[in-house]
Design a protein around this ligand. Structure first.
Ligand SMILES: Nc1ncnc2c1ncn2[C@@H]1O[C@H](COP(=O)(O)OP(=O)(O)O)[C@@H](O)[C@H]1O
Ligand SMILES: [Mg+2]
Length: 253
């Protein structure tokens, strides 16, 4: 199963959620591959910390991989420090490749490689850049399911309608099989009125808002700063439990 975590807006929690969901699966002995498509490399740094400097092969090598060597020649996978969790590291200069890949019609490359890797991994999670570009489209074409983090402010809400239109268009044009997990509210503050009003309105508009809410907590930043996903850093913390509940909720869909 291939899941893409997507929102063209930055700062909504894509990398935080993608990495933590991957770690939760891995901690439950689900063989998991995290694919970092964002040149900002946040998920890659989150998982590898200082070790990031020793990464030799990245997502660039996936997109430029040639030949029919198949799986055996896929040397762009990096082991993470955590059991059952591997990574295809991001590449900060991947943007250079975009027009070349486009002109060579490589939009299915990611899908083809990940479909092969599905023989080895139970779950593949793709983190995406905050843009609707070649790489995000590649991910939406590759994926079976799409999870949309949403941070409950009014700008994000407006961006959400564009996002859902883009998604519907991608489904029509490229990937009929892509299913929406739903919208997950992140940085949730249960006592503030505005976010609750916004959520209520989205629900009334029939948007697929998931039940799970991910609270705003400094523990998330702490987890980033020590390069340790929450399930390992603070297994009984409220934030971790909310992420586990999200994992279970989308798993059960
Ligand atoms: N639930 C949360 N509580 C507190 N801070 C959060 C939470 N989720 C994300 N953040 C912080 O918000 C910022 C953006 O999150 P990130 O996952 O990088 O978003 P994106 O990948 O969508 O750009 C980061 O600094 C991250 O630490
Ligand atoms: Mg990110």
């Amino acid at each position: 199963m291939i899941r893409v975590v997507f929102n063209q807006k930055g700062g909504v929690g894509k990398s935080s959620i993608a990495t933590n969901l991957a770690a939760i699966g891995a901690s439950r002995e689900v063989k998991t591959l995290l694919v970092d498509l964002d040149p900002q490399c946040n998920s890659t740094q989150y998982l590898l910390g200082e070790d990031v400097t020793v990464v030799e092969k990245t997502i660039r090598d996936l997109f430029t991989h040639r030949g029919k060597g198949g799986r055996a020649s896929y040397d762009f996978i990096t082991e993470s420090p955590f059991e059952n969790l591997d990574l295809i590291a991001a590449d900060s200069s991947i943007g250079d490749l975009q027009s070349k890949l486009e002109s060579k019609h490589k939009i299915h490359k990611l899908r083809d490689v990940l479909r092969e890797l599905e023989e080895e991994y139970d779950v593949i999670i793709i983190d995406t850049p905050p843009a609707y570009n070649f790489f995000t489209l590649s991910a939406l074409i590759a994926a079976d399911r799409c999870l949309i983090p949403f941070d409950c402010d009014d700008f994000s809400r407006r961006a959400l309608y564009t996002l859902l239109e883009n998604l519907a268009e991608t489904q029509e044009d490229h990937n009929d099989d892509l299913e929406l997990d739903g919208i997950v509210v992140n940085q949730y503050q249960s006592r503030a009125r505005l976010p609750n009003d916004i959520i209520q309105e989205l629900i009334e508009e029939d948007l697929p808002v998931l039940e799970s809410r991910i609270s705003q907590s400094v523990k998330m930043r702490e987890s980033h700063s020590v390069s340790t996903p929450l399930v390992y850093l603070a297994p009984s913390h409220k934030l971790t439990q909310e992420l586990e509940a999200l994992y279970d909720e989308i798993e059960a869909l």
